[in-house]
Design a protein around this ligand. Structure first.
Ligand SMILES: [Zn+2]
Length: 295
């Protein structure tokens, strides 16, 4: 049995996988300190049979077997955490780790190749707008991880558009990152500053849907920032398709807003823009597909 785990900024999802098919899925909230994280994993997997191998898609990136964080603000203990060693001590079996955006990119690429084996996208960029902004890319049919595992961290591309609250100092240490404008936590932060009360991104989308102009402006600005970033990636990578996922990316109307913003930019042959087909479980489905190819 393969145990697949997807660790995000707010939740941990796990799946029991038999013959590449998910037979049972569970999830729990992410823990923000090490002891609580270990407890969360243990209780999440309670009463499941011992796995033969474990494959993990995680926030952060994997460098020399350790997880590293680009944005140090999201999970305090994550940067340098020996996640692989912890899981090997729990399960006593091989553990493979990959970034969640990279796993999802591979999963989204494979479903498109299965549908269109003759003309699937050779160059696909996956962007997840979620707690943070992450991603992964497949170039010339190859999933790119990079020598330090960082490839595809599109949330830290610089954008010209400032967030509504002008707080653009990113947790990575730079200013003007896409993640500061268009992530779920960035939308919540901007909404909270503009309205003077605690709001999350789902509430902001609901307000925009009811015609609140200020809410719409925050979301539209985020969509424009994503489009601007896509235009830049397109010119560098000659992308065939850009796939948008994550809770914010898949929120009502977000893809349309990005599409409209992209259409207004002077980009020739701008790439096809599509919604993630694997939905909220793209990381889990992607890591199952990726695990099949691991030695
Ligand atoms: Zn950044």
């Amino acid at each position: 049995m393969l145990l697949a785990i997807d660790i995000g900024g707010t939740k941990i999802a796990a799946a029991r996988v038999e013959n590449s098919v998910i037979v049972e899925r569970r999830q729990c909230p992410m823990a923000y300190e090490e002891a609580g994280f270990r407890l969360a994993i243990e209780s999440l997997l309670q009463a499941w049979p011992a796995p033969d191998s474990v494959a993990v898609a995680t926030t952060g990136y994997i460098d020399a077997g350790r997880v590293r964080s680009v944005n140090l603000d999201i999970i305090p203990f994550w940067d340098g955490f020996a996640l692989g060693d912890m899981l090997r001590s729990l399960f006593d079996c091989p553990v493979a780790l990959i970034n969640d955006g990279q796993a999802a990119a591979w999963g989204e690429y494979l479903v498109r190749q299965q549908d269109r084996p003759q003309d699937g996208p050779a160059n696909l960029l996956f962007i997840t707008l979620s707690t943070g902004v992450g991603g992964g890319m497949v170039l010339d049919g190859q999933l790119r991880l990079g020598p330090h595992g960082v490839a595809g961290h599109v949330g830290h591309a610089g954008v010209r558009l400032a967030p509504a609250d002008h707080q653009n100092c990113c947790g990575c240490g730079r200013k003007g990152c896409l993640e500061m404008v268009a992530s779920g936590s960035a939308l919540a932060r901007q909404a909270t500053a503009i309205y003077g009360r605690a709001l999350n991104s789902a509430e902001l989308f609901a307000m925009a849907a009811q015609g609140d102009a200020k809410a719409e402006a925050i979301i539209a600005n985020a969509a424009c920032a994503v489009a601007e970033a896509i235009a830049g990636f397109y010119m560098i990578l000659d992308l065939s398709e850009v796939v948008i996922g994550g809770s914010v990316g898949l929120a009502e109307g977000m893809l349309d807003r990005i599409q409209r913003a992209l259409a207004q930019l002077p980009v020739r042959n701008s790439p096809k823009l599509t919604a993630a087909r694997l939905g909220g479980d793209a990381g889990l489905a992607g890591v199952v597909a990726w695990a099949k190819e691991q030695p």
